[in-house]
Design a protein. Structure first.
Length: 105
């Protein structure tokens, strides 16, 4: 009798309920739906992980930029000290030269 229903596109499931879809196909469809929901949940978790990771990376990038700016500032300060020292040495040499010239006069 179930074969006759099957030919007409009707099926009887384990609970003897009349169905328009083969019970195996219905079970597989429900299984697929469950798997899709699990997959969607896992994708949501993955997205959360990625967002947290991106936040951490952005934080590190900001720290790196701050350190880079600090390093550039220190380099500029060192160059300034170096130029100041050269200027002082030149002034000392000029002063020494003037003293030597003054002694010969």
């Amino acid at each position: 009798m179930s074969e006759e229903f099957g030919k007409s596109g009707l099926y009887i499931d384990d609970l003897y309920t009349l169905r328009v879809i083969d019970p195996e196909v219905a079970n597989e469809t429900n299984d697929l739906k469950d798997e899709c929901e699990k997959f969607t949940d896992k994708l949501g978790e993955f997205r959360g992980i990625i967002e947290r990771f991106a936040g951490i990376v952005e934080g590190f990038a900001a720290e790196v930029d701050q350190e880079k700016m600090r390093a550039v500032g220190v380099q500029n300060l060192l160059k300034s000290f170096s130029k100041q020292r050269e200027s002082e040495q030149q002034q000392i040499q000029v002063g020494f030269s003037l003293n030597v010239i003054a002694e010969f006069d």
